[in-house]
Design a protein around this ligand. Structure first.
Ligand code: ATP
Length: 569
């Protein structure tokens, strides 16, 4: 105690000094006999402060002067500034006459705030309980481990369960097809998902909640209308699902490989061995690189490899890397999230995702920008793609077939193509020879093209005349099979009732014999010229080889060797 007193005893003083209430002991004349440490603090902010006057003023402001003077028992709450005090006046009797009073003062301002907070909390809890009890939708709350902490009455009613049967249970034990426990791990909200519960389609939202910044659980909400309405909605959804499946089938047909190995027509031994090799490659999951000039049939091979592979029932997705503007290529290949950039109005799947479990055909890979090459490499290495704007990647299982007419090794040297990507792609490489290296295919492919046109146009063109055939043989075909098919198609359409394509149906550059226009090496120009002359003389002598040899000034044996060389036998 700060102040000595005639009546107090030492141990009692110590006890009084330890309590947090301010204790004032005084006689009825308001003379202070004793103040404990808390009382000193209350009136002056420090211990041992000795001012009875200030203490008197303080008690007067609390409005207990009368009770002190009368020696009355009094309990009151007093406001002083921002603070609230609880005051108790307790009379003390000596020899039966009350002549002293103890005044106990306690600052209860904080207790008031706490009790207000407590009351607000109680109000909120009961409101929450009310919402849970009356909510029309199904609400369920789980903790971070997916265990149910609360469930709305409507949801319990719908599932036919009681509180005892659900609270504390793992959500998967109570709700079918739930994902709340997954959201409790990922922390990523899922809004308006369709969830099938007890044979009904529900619109479900799963929203994670945090406490002190840590994932603490998930609030799940399922929307169900009244049962009749729900039945109607389910019927509509079933119809929509069927429609969707129909469209899915249509799309998967569109994404199917269209050609098999049998439509790659050839009489060339090297091409036959390439087809056999491709059949073997098709059975593996390894990436394939197809090289060859434009129009040689690289895409045809890609389709055929997919078609003969175990993935043939899965999608075949073609991407022309040269045809897509650089700024759109990433979004085309990997997809984007809604709002990832201006114009990204909705989430879009990338080609890699569309090709999942199937094959992606990266045509013209040599035209792929370097920056994108790095991203493709990542997909090949990690088997994961990431939408632009997404926070986590998705796993994909895709076989890559790439093709180009560029010289990738040269590009690697010039540092315009990544070496590591080349090694990832060329697990198997197929190099398709140009048409001028397999002239025996010219007539065959021209013949098949005419048959296809006959089927389409319902006509009966029989083939190519020997003279026209000779011109086709003599040309160098820089555009390869695509060019040959175009020439045949053009001729087909300008024919006027003839049964055979004649030289005058062919374009001028074929008839003009401008065979070195393609800047071929001298050897091929000479060979082309030789083939052309032999063919013309054979026609002139109606196929008589003795006369033709004599006319050409060479022996019959020499003519035979040349006919063999040019596949003209
Ligand atoms: N052996 C073949 N038999 C029949 N048609 C073929 C053959 N090879 C190619 N074609 C046809 O030739 C055309 C060009 O083929 P394709 O598109 O596969 O060539 P490409 O090498 O991929 O061309 P590009 O490099 O310009 O993309 C297609 O119409 C294709 O069907």
């Amino acid at each position: 105690m700060g102040e000595p007193s005639q009546t107090s005893q030492i141990p009692l003083n110590h006890i009084l000094d330890t309590i947090s209430n301010a204790v004032f002991l005084m006689n009825k004349k308001k003379e202070f006999l004793c103040l404990n440490t808390s009382a000193h603090y209350l009136i002056s902010g420090s211990a041992g402060y000795n001012s009875h006057e200030k203490a008197g003023d303080f008690l007067s402001k609390l409005g207990v002067d009368d009770a002190i003077a009368e020696g009355e028992d009094k309990s009151a709450t007093a406001l002083m500034g921002d603070l609230t005090y609880q005051v108790n006046v307790i009379p003390m009797a000596s020899k039966g006459h009350p002549d002293r009073v103890v005044v106990l003062v306690e600052d209860v301002s904080q207790a008031g705030e706490l009790s207000r907070q407590f009351e607000a909390c109680q109000r909120e809890t009961s409101l929450l309980k009310h919402i849970l009890e009356t909510a029309y939708d199904g609400l369920v709350v789980t903790d971070a481990n997916g265990r149910i902490t609360m469930m709305s009455n409507a949801y319990k009613g719908f599932l036919g369960v009681t509180d005892q049967e659900v609270v504390g249970k793992h959500i998967t034990e109570v709700v079918e097809n739930t994902r709340l426990h997954i959201v409790a791990k990922t922390g990523v909200a899922e809004i308006n998902d369709i969830q099938r519960i007890q044979g009904n389609h529900m619109v479900a939202s799963r929203i994670p909640y945090t406490v002190d910044g840590k994932l603490a659980g998930v609030v799940g909400k399922v929307i169900f209308q009244d049962v009749d309405e729900l039945g109607e909605i389910n019927k509509k959804l079933d119809i929509m699902e069927k429609e969707l499946n129909r469209y899915r089938n249509e799309i998967s047909k569109l994404h199917k490989a269209r050609y098999c190995m049998d439509v790659i027509f050839t009489r060339n031994a090297r091409m036959e061995s390439l087809k056999n090799h491709a059949r073997v490659i098709a059975q593996s999951d390894s990436n394939v690189l197809i090289l060859g000039e434009s129009g040689t049939g690289k895409e045809l091979f890609a389709h055929a490899i997919h078609q003969e592979s175990p993935r043939s029932f899965q999608p075949f997705i073609r991407v022309n890397c040269a045809a897509i503007p650089e700024n759109l290529l990433e979004s085309e290949l990997f997809g984007h999230e809604k709002g990832a950039f201006t114009g990204a109005a909705s989430t879009k799947l990338g080609k890699f995702e569309l090709a999942n479990n199937g094959t992606i055909f990266l045509d013209e890979i040599g035209d792929m920008p370097l920056q994108m090459q790095a991203k493709i490499l990542r997909v090949l290495q990690e088997g994961e793609v990431e939408h632009i704007g997404a926070s986590r990647p998705k796993r994909v299982d895709v076989r890559v077939i790439a093709a180009t007419n560029k010289n990738l090794s040269e590009m690697v040297e010039k540092k315009t193509f990544r070496e590591d990507l080349l090694y990832r792609l060329n697990v198997f490489t197929l190099t398709i020879p140009p048409l001028k290296r397999r002239r025996e295919d010219i007539e065959l492919i021209a013949g098949h093209a005419i048959c296809a046109l006959n089927r389409k146009m319902k006509r009966g063109v029989k083939g190519v005349s020997p003279k026209a055939s000779c011109l086709l043989q003599a040309y160098s075909w820089p555009g390869n099979i695509r060019e040959l098919k175009n020439v045949v198609e053009r001729a087909y359409h300008i024919m006027e009732g003839e049964e055979l394509i004649q030289p005058w149906h062919l374009p001028h550059f074929l008839r003009g014999g401008n065979i070195n226009a393609s800047q071929e090496p001298l050897k091929y120009i000479l060979e082309n010229m030789e083939r052309k002359v032999i063919t013309e003389r054979l026609i002139l002598h109606s196929g008589n080889k003795t006369k033709t040899a004599a006319d050409l000034g060479i022996s019959r044996v020499a003519l035979h060797k040349k006919l063999e060389k040019y596949s003209m036998k």
